[in-house]
Design a protein around this ligand. Structure first.
Ligand code: HEM
Length: 405
């Protein structure tokens, strides 16, 4: 029996047409939808206008590598508003070549792997401060609010040279603002406005100084030296790094802790060998990472996996499903930190591959290792079940209450 037949027998194929990450049911448990998508391959779905949904591993890689056929610029077709979080501010994520490469070159060196590894001792210090502030002497702690979010907030404060007194502002910018129904959103006009004001203030402040080694100062220096990026682009750079880098890293830290703690044998193993934290993070990124879908728009008629997609069609690229494709990852629903998962798509693929992968990996690794070293006996509070905050791109745990023994 082929993989396709097995998958087709075990899922309701109509689910493929109901896949929509803004649907709370999909956000709560997207995996049945992924199985249905994977069983049939790329499909057109009718939303306000027709969309293509691409889910199989090889198809997703093909789309992400073809940046000429698939644009990252959102032309604001009906129903694509939620992918316009930056409101006409040019940012690399939503730019095509040559602008994209020019913008990326400004930020990439300051986020490079070696620079981040050299900063690991500073991240250890930051994590220890968090554990002193919120974990020491307590019996129960919410690892989302008091570790997973706090680590990238403080790390970004450090990377961007932002005073500690602004940590609460960074929290609002990075993890979004609570809506009245308790969910989080980035798409609230007041929130967008306060984000814009804060970043503007920050950039202006740094422009008055010189020689700083933080990310903003380095971007300003590149900007002034070569006129590589203009004022609005500089502003967008800070905005995309803060907005893109904090919530995602938080979701990775809480997600990895959850995947580890829900499996007692795995927890024992990692407790005995902290070097296994790195593969735990990679498998979390594959199995259920922070970003599940990416957005593209076709620039011309294209073909993928046997589906012809007309030009100017929005494409939902489901990297979260591709990472569960049995053609690429045998027994994909099994969480296995020893599997060969180096090619997972949790950070994307191609020219837009996550520019912040190194800080995310180092921050998350240090956070989990310090927890294992200082709090070697923890467990998830009884009666808790996972609930997720979702947005257009992905999802992350709302809370993770831990008992510290
Ligand atoms: C675990 C944490 C993270 C995950 C899972 C993640 C995931 C991703 C993914 C999947 C993409 C590809 C987007 C696309 O192709 O459309 C991406 C791009 C990007 N990420 Fe991350 N990210 C994380 C952390 C960060 C951090 C810490 C930063 C900032 C320092 C950051 C900044 C960006 C930026 C600016 C882009 C656009 C890159 C480009 O267009 O060339 N991310 N990320």
């Amino acid at each position: 029996m082929s993989i396709q037949t097995i998958a087709a027998h075990s899922v309701d194929l109509d689910l493929r047409f109901k896949f929509d990450f803004s649907d709370p049911a999909v956000c709560a448990d997207p995996f049945p939808y992924y199985r249905a998508l994977l069983a049939t391959g790329p499909v057109m779905v009718q939303r306000q206008i027709p969309w293509a949904v691409v889910s199989r591993y090889d198809d997703v890689v093909k789309v992400l590598r073809d940046h000429q056929g698939y644009s990252s610029v959102n032309p604001l077709l009906p129903g694509t508003e939620v992918y316009d979080a930056f409101h006409e501010i040019p940012v690399m994520t939503f730019s095509d070549e040559p602008d994209h490469a020019r913008l990326r070159r400004v930020a990439a060196p300051s986020l490079a792997v070696r620079r981040m590894e050299n900063m690991a001792p500073e991240f250890v210090h930051l994590v220890d401060e968090i554990l002193d502030d919120y974990w020491q002497g307590r019996r129960e702690v919410d690892a989302v609010a008091y570790l997973a979010q706090e680590v990238p907030i403080r790390a970004f404060g450090y990377l961007l040279g932002i005073p500690k007194s602004e940590n609460e502002t960074l929290r609002a910018l990075g993890v979004g603002k609570p809506r009245e129904d308790g969910a989080f959103t980035f798409y609230d006009p007041n929130f967008m406005q306060s984000r814009a004001e804060f970043i503007h203030k920050l950039v202006q402040m740094r422009k008055g100084e010189s020689g700083g080694q933080d990310l903003i100062s380095l971007a300003i220096a590149a900007h002034q030296r070569d006129e590589k990026i203009n004022d609005l682009e500089l502003f967008g750079m800070v905005m995309v790094l803060v907005t893109g880098g904090i919530g995602t890293t938080a979701d990775l830290i809480s997600g990895a802790l959850y995947q580890m703690l829900r499996r007692p044998e795995l927890y024992q193993e990692i407790r005995a060998d902290h070097s296994l934290v790195a593969p735990l993070l990679e498998e979390t990124l594959r199995y259920d990472g922070p970003i599940h879908t990416l957005f593209r728009v076709t620039t011309k008629e294209v073909e993928v996996g046997g589906l012809t997609i007309p030009g100017r069609t929005p494409v939902c690229v489901v990297n979260g499903a591709a990472d569960r494709d049995p053609r690429k990852f045998p027994n994909p629903d099994q969480f296995d930190i020893r599997r060969d998962n180096g090619d997972h798509l949790g950070f994307g693929e191609g020219i837009h591959f996550c520019v912040g992968a190194a800080p995310a990996r180092v921050e998350a690794r240090v956070a989990l290792q310090r927890v294992l070293e200082r709090f070697p006996r923890i467990r998830i509070a009884e009666g808790w079940t996972p609930k997720y905050n979702g947005n257009a791109f992905g999802r992350g745990l709302k809370t993770l209450p831990l008992i510290l023994e």
